[in-house]
Design a protein around this ligand. Sequence first.
Ligand code: HEC
Ligand code: HEC
Ligand code: HEC
Length: 359
Amino acid sequence: MTKNSNHLAAGRGFMLMLLAGAVGSALAAEAPADPYPPVKFDLPAHEAFVKDLNLDPARHQGPQTVEEQKKALTQIFNEKTEQNSLSKHYEKGHTCTTCHDQQRIGRPDWMTSVTAPEMKQKCGDCHDVQKKVFSKTDTHKKIDCVACHMPNMPSPEEFQGPDGVKEFYNAVRRSHLYKINVDPSAQTYVRNLDAKEGERLWTYALDKKGHAYVDIVWSCGRATPGDYTLSGDAQGCHSPATSTLDEGLRYADQSAIYAEILKWQTPVKEGFEKIGAGLERLKQLLEVTALKPADQTEVRLMLDKAEEIYDQVKEDGSWGAHAPRYLKDRVLTGVGYIEKAQAIIDKGGYQSASEKKNR
Ligand code: HEC
Ligand code: HEC
Ligand code: HEC
C-alpha cells in the first residue's frame, strides 16, 4: 500500500512541476489574459484525427479552464505513474525524470490536451544493441521504438461501462508499459475479478515477473486512429478496421498477428538454438581434440564470431521483430561459423589429446 501511495505522490509532484513550468513559460511570453491559453496545434492531421474521436475540433483545444487543466493532468500523470510502476524500468529504478526533463515543456500534444514533457534520454541511449539491430530493419523503416512499445492506450477506468462491458474510450495517450507480450492469448487489460464496490472493473494483467505489458493487438493491430508518428502510410497499423496498409497487411485477429510474428521468430529462434548447442559441443571437443595450432586458432576464431552473434541476438530480445531479415541472416551466419569449426575439428579426426600424447 505504502508502495502505491508513494508512486502517486511522486506522480503528483512531477505533475505540479510541469504545471509550474507551463505557467512560467506562459508568463515569460507576453502575459496573456488567460494563464492557460489553448495550445495551438500545427499538425496537418489534427482536425481529421479529432473528428475520428467524435470530438469537436473547435472545442478540442486542450482543457479550457484551470480546473479542467488540473483534472486532465492529474488523470494523465496518475495513469502513467501506475503504468510505469508496473514495468521492469521501474524495478530498475527508472522514473519519469529518467527519460523526461520535467523543467522543459516539449511539443504541444494535441492528443492528450497537455504538453508533452521534453525527453532527455531516448530508448536507444540505453538500448544500444536494439538500436543497432533496429537500424537494419526492412519492415518498419518509417517508425520508431515508441510506435510499437508505447502505443496510445486508454487507462482501464475508461472503458468501465455497466456490467463491465468495455465502452467508449480514448486511446490517445502513450502507454508507459514498454514490454510487448507476443503470446497470442495475452491481454493487456483483464477483468478485475476481486473488484469491491467502487473499485474499477478492469485492470492490467501481470506476467510471471509481475509486469504489465502491451499485447500484440495494441502493439501491432490497434483499431484506434494511429498516433501522429504513424500518420500517412502506416496509420492504423495492421488493424482490419483502420489500417491504410495493403490488404495483405491487415490482420483479422490476434492469432493472425501471432502467425506473422512466428514467421519472423521461428527461423531466428531455431538458428539461435543451433548456435548455442554448437558452441557448447565444440568448446568441449576443442579441449579434447588435438589440432594443429593453426587449426586451433581457426576454430577459436569461428567460435568467437558465432558467440558474438549469439550474444547480440539474445541481448536484442526481439527474436526477429526488430529486423526480421537481418536477424535471420545473422543466425545463418552464426550457424555457418559453427559448421566450419565443426568441419575443421572433424578433419582432426576426433582424436583426443590424450590419445595423441600416448602415441
Ligand atoms: C522509459 C522512458 C520513459 C519514462 C520512464 C517515462 N516516460 Fe513519459 N514518455 C516517454 C516517451 C518516449 C514519450 C513520447 C514522447 C513523444 O511522443 O514525443 C512519453 C510521453 C509522455 C507524455 C506525453 C503525453 C502522451 O501521452 O504522449 C507525458 C505526459 C508523459 N510521458 C509523462 C510521464 C510520466 C508522468 C512518467 C513517470 C510516471 C513518465 N512519463 C515516464 C518516455 C518515458
Ligand atoms: C535509462 C536507461 C533506459 C532508457 C532511457 C530506456 N530503457 Fe528500457 N530498459 C532499461 C533497463 C536497464 C532495462 C532492464 C534490462 C534487463 O534487466 O534486462 C530495460 C528494459 C526494457 C524492456 C524489457 C522489459 C521487460 O519487462 O522485460 C523493454 C521492452 C524496454 N526496456 C523498452 C524501452 C523503450 C521502448 C524505451 C524508450 C521509450 C526505453 N526502454 C528506454 C533501460 C532503459
Ligand atoms: C515493429 C515493432 C517494434 C519496434 C519498432 C521496436 N520493437 Fe522492440 N520489440 C518488439 C517486439 C514484438 C518484441 C518482443 C519479442 C518477444 O518478446 O517475443 C520486442 C522486444 C524488445 C526488447 C526486449 C524485451 C524483452 O522482453 O526482453 C527491448 C529491450 C526492445 N524491444 C527495445 C526496443 C527499442 C529500444 C527499439 C527502438 C530502437 C525497439 N524495441 C523497436 C517490437 C518492436
